[in-house]
Design a protein around this ligand. Structure first.
Ligand code: CP
Length: 316
C-alpha cells in the first residue's frame, strides 16, 4: 500500500477489515516487522485520538515514531510552485516532503480544510502535494475531505457489535456552534457503501453532503423516519456543503437524546469524538450502555496498525 487516503486506495475492504481483527487479537505479533523503521506523524491541526492511537499502532509494530506539529513547530510551508517566496512562507513543500522522507519509512499527515474555498478543499491540494513530493508511503490522518482511519475503525466497531448480518446505519447530522469539516461524514458514507450495510443519511435541508459521494444513499430530512428500525446511529456535525462552510445555530432540535434513540431498533450510538455534550448528544445517551464511543476510539489503534502493517509489508 503506497497511500491510504480513501477507501479507493483499498482493493479489498473485507480483507483489510479481517486484518484489523487479526492485529487486535494479537497486537504484538509483528513487532519484528517495524524494527528500525520510523513513522513520522505531521499535524497541521489538533488531535488527541489520531495522534495517540497511531503512535500506539506503530509501537505495537516495533516502529519508532516522530511527531511534529507543523504549524507551531515548523517553518511555514509554501504549497504553490513558481511562487516568489518573499512573504510568510519559508520552506517549500518540495523540499519539506523530500527531507522528511529521508528520516521516515512512512509519513502520516493531518491537514484540515479552509472551509472557505470548496473547490480548493475538495481538490485535496495539501495532501496530494505532500504525496507527490514524498518518497515514502503516506497515510492520511484526516484530510480536507476524508478521514479514512476513523472509518476503518468504525467499520471494525460495527462488525464487532452488529446483531444482524446487514445492519441499518443512520448517519445523522448534529448541531454544532462552529463550522466543522465534512471529512468524517464523507468518509463514513464512502466506507459504509463498500460494507455489508444499509446506509441512510439524515440531515436538515441545506446540509446534504457532496452529491457525488452520496449517490445511491437515501437522504431523509425527517429524523424520526430515518431512525425507525436503525441498528446504529452515527452522529456527526458537518458544515454546509452547498452554502460552503456555513453553520445554522437554529437547529438544536437535531441533538441526539434518549427519545430519539427509542425510535431505533435498540440501536447503538456512535461518534468519532471529540464531542460537545448536550449540544451534539445528551449525557443520557453518551453515558448509556448504547454508546460505542470508547470502543470506536479503542479501534483506532487497530485500524492504524493494519494500514501501517500493509505499508511495511509493501502489500496492497
Ligand atoms: N476522531 C478523531 O480523529 O479524533 P482526534 O481529532 O482527536 O484525532
Amino acid at each position: 500500500m503506497k497511500q491510504f487516503t480513501s477507501v479507493k486506495d483499498v482493493p479489498d475492504v473485507k480483507a483489510l477489515l479481517k486484518l484489523t481483527q487479526e492485529v487486535k487479537a494479537a497486537p504484538y505479533e509483528h513487532q519484528a516487522t517495524g524494527k528500525n523503521k520510523t513513522l513520522g506523524l505531521l499535524f497541521f491541526n489538533p488531535s488527541l485520538r489520531t495522534r495517540l492511537s497511531t503512535q500506539r499502532a506503530a509501537m505495537n509494530l516495533g516502529m519508532n515514531v516522530m511527531v511534529m506539529n507543523l504549524n507551531s513547530d515548523g517553518w511555514a510551508i509554501e504549497m504553490d510552485d513558481g511562487t516568489i517566496m518573499d512573504q510568510g512562507s519559508q520552506e517549500h513543500i518540495r523540499e519539506a516532503a523530500a527531507v522528511i522522507s529521508q528520516y521516515c519509512e512512512i509519513i502520516g499527515i493531518r491537514t484540515f480544510p479552509s472551509l472557505t474555498n470548496r473547490e480548493k478543499d475538495y481538490k485535496e491540494e495539501v495532501l496530494k502535494k505532500f504525496i507527490r513530493h514524498a518518497q515514502v508511503p503516506v497515510v492520511s490522518l484526516e484530510s480536507a475531505t476524508l478521514h479514512p482511519l476513523q472509518s476503518l475503525a468504525d467499520l471494525l466497531t460495527i462488525e464487532e457489535q452488529k446483531k444482524v448480518e446487514r445492519p441499518k446505519l443512520v448517519l445523522s447530522w448534529a448541531p454544532h456552534p462552529k463550522a466543522l469539516p465534512q471529512a468524517v461524514a464523507n468518509s463514513f458514507v464512502e466506507w459504509m457503501k463498500a460494507a455489508e450495510a444499509d446506509l441512510v443519511i439524515s440531515n436538515p435541508p441545506g446540509f446534504d453532503l457532496a452529491p457525488e459521494l452520496t449517490k445511491g444513499v437515501p437522504i431523509i430530512h425527517d429524523q424520526k423516519k430515518a431512525f425507525t428500525g436503525a441498528d446504529f446511529i452515527y452522529t456527526k456535525n458537518w458544515s454546509s456543503f452547498s452554502n460552503y462552510g456555513k453553520v445554522d445555530t437554529g437547529l438544536s432540535s437535531w441533538m441526539i437524546d434518549a427519545e430519539k434513540m427509542s425510535w431505533t431498533n435498540q440501536g447503538k450510538f456512535m461518534h468519532c469524538l471529540p464531542v460537545r455534550r448536550n449540544v451534539v448528544v445528551a449525557d443520557e445517551v453518551i453515558d448509556s450502555a448504547a454508546s460505542l464511543v470508547l470502543e470506536q476510539a479503542n479501534n483506532r489503534t487497530y485500524a492504524a496498525q493494519a494500514v501501517l502493517l500493509k505499508m511495511l509489508q509493501n502489500e496492497r
